[in-house]
Design a protein around this ligand. Sequence first.
Ligand code: MTE
Ligand code: HPA
Ligand code: MOS
Length: 774
Amino acid sequence: MHNNTNNKILDTKLNAVSKSIKKSIKNLDSYTHVRGESLYVDDVNIRQGTFHAVVFDSPKGHGIIKNIDYSKARALEGVERIFTYKDVPGKNEIGGIIADEPLFAENEVHFWGMPIALIVAETEFIARKARALIEIDIEELPVIITAKEAKAKGSFINAPRSFSLGDSDKAFNKCDYIFEGETFSNGQEHLYIEAQGAYAEPLENGNIKITSSTQGPTAVQKTVAQVLDVAMHKIEVDVTRLGGGFGGKEDQATPWAVMAALATFHLNQSVKLILNRHDDLRMTGKRHPYESTYKIGLTKDLKILAYQCEFLQNSGAAADLSPAIAERTLFHATNSYYVPNVTTKVLSCKTNLPPNTAFRGFGGPQGMFVIESAIAKAAHHIGVPPRDIQEANLLDENDTFSYGQIAKKVEAKNTWSTAKSVYNIEALERDISEFNNNNSAFKKGLSFMPITFGISFTNTPMNHARALVHIYLDGSVGISTAAVEMGQGVNTKMMQIAANVFSIPIEHIKIETTNTTRVANTSPSAASSTADLNGKATLMACNSLVERLKIVASEILNAQENDLKLKDESVYINDKKSDLTWTELISAAMLRRVALTENAHYATPEIHFDKTKEKGHPFAYHVYGTAITTTTVDCTRGTYEFDSVKIVHDYGKSMSKGIDLGQVEGALIQGIGWMTMEEIAYNKDGRLLSNALSTYKVPDIFSVPKRVEVIPVETDGNEMAILKSKAVGEPPLMYGIGAYFALQNAIKAFNSKYDMKFHAPMTPEKVLMGLYEN
Ligand code: MTE
Ligand code: HPA
Ligand code: MOS
């Protein structure tokens, strides 16, 4: 009863939403979110007899395992079994790009938090109690914490990569100004609200079904099969939605799913493994910290003629996605600028931290921070505002990126000049200098942050997706794709696509769970490309069904197929409504034995990249934008507020304005957090110190800017984007980089002797020291 009433309310809401769909659409998940009805892994109906698991992990950063005594843990009442690498029937290996990461440590541990064993018990409480009873003896080895130390010791994940355009060495001879410097940007904790977890259950014939909180169901399926030494068809992975991923579940959702599956494999019983927050913080990797050195050369008229940069990526103890992330750093090293002579190099440095991983922007933000730092430093020494250098070098149509792609439909200058005029930059700057002249205890600072972000997986073969669309005999529709809903609203977008093509209300469409049995061999939901890839496949499948249905309609209505259109749940002939409704058409198609199911495959056309030359056309298109950030610093305390962030963003033609605005706002705040307050700290032994929400500060409602304005720049959109609506998931994070430079300008307004430092995050402590140094 209760549920029926609920569903009626929900239906009414969805009806209202469907009416307003063309105007602005909200994330349809928000209705179940606020009612507490959205399902996550922890909500699965567990079978009777399900076991619960806890991971035993390394209490040291690096060392040889001399002895582990599990006897007391095993003897605890309610403990079923403890699994180690010895229980792995296949390969004890989970590395996705490079095979360098064991599921469970064998003889050596490489980071504090490295999984060693899985304790399976009747309850999670018992498993945790047993974990505390395990005795381990480790002979400690030297620990490498920073990328610089790793470089000095020659500790790398793989060979370095380097992109180059023109001849930067030669070009420096022609420069009027040359500056060199160092930068550091710290890691970042994903802090998805839903921690990592999985639930594995045995099916018949040794098949296993895994419910996982993963962005990459196929990666989980493939890795489970490899570890268990079974064929992939024995493993089914299902994802309802994630309570956030932010890249942290592209690769690093896999080990927990594999462990749960391994226990299920041996015990023939369901096993649930959900990390608690402490375990998750300690055992999982984060955004990569980068230490970088740069050299920038400019002419008198502020043109950047040459740029060289070496990025040291702190990859952690195994490759994970580091090589791909390093590559994207190179792709975005010159951000929104055209630089004719560039040489960039990245070294993935192997350290004794948890393997660092994908995080919104995927190495791009780290690359952009360096060139923005170089520009800020150059501007300071030349004695011009940074924005003069930024503006003088903005990308133009047909400029070449260092990786060989020619820039097309460029909106860098457009978003910049629109921001300047719409937000009245002269008045803004006048107000700020007036404020600064009249106040000594508070100072304001302003910055411009342009962004250019490439859309596509940089690894070309990953850019494909499939959709499986069923029209049921009552005319309702079920859609399966590879897209994983993690809060970004991709499911709503796909419902919009199908609703548009079939011209039926959105409540007649359901997005099914993401499941490897229905849609196989998929790329993860990542690279901001999920809606483009899966949306295009959905569009293709729906269009094919419409073509098929038109043949049926033309027979019934005795009309030409070309004259027919589906509109408002009816068939129209030459824009006039006929008597044939959508549901009647579906029934008629059934009677005629016409297939009401379609499977479509989409692969991004045109893109390619040759790694032997480091040249090609890796991106379907780029997303552009400009943010103007203003801040007020309390010069007694070093604390600060962001007065406003004013953005002009290139959405193309946004298909879901509410969702896309939410993505811009959320990404911006996440970027500001990375640049200003989120401070990951490890001690010299490799133990995570920022291991709780009391020691790791993320932006809350009090630290978000007082005003965030986002204006879309009017463009034609891009054919390669779904319905010309450009990808929006990651690019706006990089607007947050502006926060760092706004703060720096406020410090400069207070302390003219401030020696510019490029060491993010710019925490209040650092601001305070900057205000009073020299
Ligand atoms: N938004 C929410 N709410 N939750 C998330 O986990 N992940 C981000 C971004 N926006 C994320 C998010 C990241 S890292 C990516 S790559 C994209 O969403 C992935 O989704 P998309 O490809 O549909 O944009
Ligand atoms: N972006 C995000 N995730 C990825 C990529 C990428 O370019 N390549 C592989 N995984
Ligand atoms: Mo996003 S870092 O590509 O999952």
